[in-house]
Ligand binder design. Sequence first.
Ligand code: H79
Length: 458
Amino acid sequence: MKYLLHLICTLLFIFPFGVYAQNIAEVEAAVGYNATNIEPRNDPAMNKWRYNRFGQFFHIGLYTTFGAEYDGQQAKAGEWLKSEFKLSDEVYNKALNEFNPFKFNASDWAKIDKTMGTKYMIITAKHHEGFCLWPSKFTDFTIKNTPYKKDMLGPLFEAYNSYGIDVFFYYSILDWNHPDYRAIISSPEDKVAMERYIGFVIKQLDELLTLYPQLTGLWFDGQWDTAYKSNPEWGWKIEEFLRKKKPNIIINNRLRSDVNGKLDRDKSDKHYGDFDASFEQKMPDPLTKYLNTDWETSSTLMNNGWSYSKKWQGEIKTSKSIVENLVKATSANGNFVLNFAPTPEGSISEYETKISKEIGSWMSKNNKAIYGCGAINLPKPSWGYYTQSKEKVYMIMFQKPSSKLIQLPFQSEKIKSVKLLNNDNIKLSRSKSKDGTLIIDLTELNQDNIANVIELQF
Ligand code: H79
């Protein structure tokens, strides 16, 4: 009740009487701290995000210097090493003297992403360890106090934006370094400390948006500790601040909770923020569950975390499986983000470089089936996926069908052309079934290393 009164008063104060009708809606939205964007946003920034479909994640921080190993033991996730091995600040913070990504070159990274076909990138400005990749005024735990000294975030904008690639910052609410951060509130002093911490977060976000006005959006994480999630006014306040400071900012849903401490989505299953980024290493289940929602899935190449690891564990994903996940997400109106784990020297590993070229080579021929594309209302075919954009339907074939002739669920007369995107020399002949549906002859088609794409022009 106290929160409710507080919010109503705050909102009435913020929104003057002239927009009273709107106030009611705002107040109603505020009650329960439910999701606010009930319908997908339809402004240029968000339309671009939706068009992009393919993003790149980078995890780099002090954890990078450990390479997911401590004292001969392998971490389950490199960026969680401090927590996993319960390292004290004293031990962990020695990494400040080790962090020196001297080979980091923003334009090398941007070129790799441009080649691969990603349209946005997200970098860990601050992960759970609390270390900042920019020289923040509000803590000493920053890149300025490492041998590298320089800002890593600033140079990204010119390099990436010159290729039309948007830059996002990952920012963790959870902070293992800040003295005021509390996972649990057990006393009034804890509450005061955590309120100071929220003030620190807002100051840092203000700093980021001021230093880097070209920033497209923020990707929050680490919002699950009891203290934070059971005080939903904090996430609300941070979001309110950001939207006021930069109205077209794009924010994921991992910043808030509702009055029931529910993360990701409120009780009506509407995601917070502008898009649902809760699909980490997974897809909606069933895949078509969130067709009317903006969502994003993110994926690592290896199985032991998101940051640099001396030894990669588990099955390593191939370019074919990455493209398949990108296509799968696109076919259900979602975005796909691939994570890279830069080395302690600040370069991109050999495997990641190789995979970026393989994906890029496929994307350069077939990206029309990805950018700006989305779902079609048909069951998933056995050979792959359909995507569509405006008057075009794309058949993305990961397996060549066993029969040479395939019959499609489209009236032949409605289709102006049938074209293989990755090879102009192969003309696919077409015919019509008795009931008028399109038949394509695939005799001439050789299975691509990744997938063949057939474009149907309506
Ligand atoms: O930044 C990446 C991850 O570090 C972060 N989100 C992505 C984008 C993330 N946070 N939590 N999780 C992922 C899932 C939680 C996993 C955990 Fe564990 C299980 C934390 C502790 C137990 C994995 C296994 C990490 C350490 C052991």
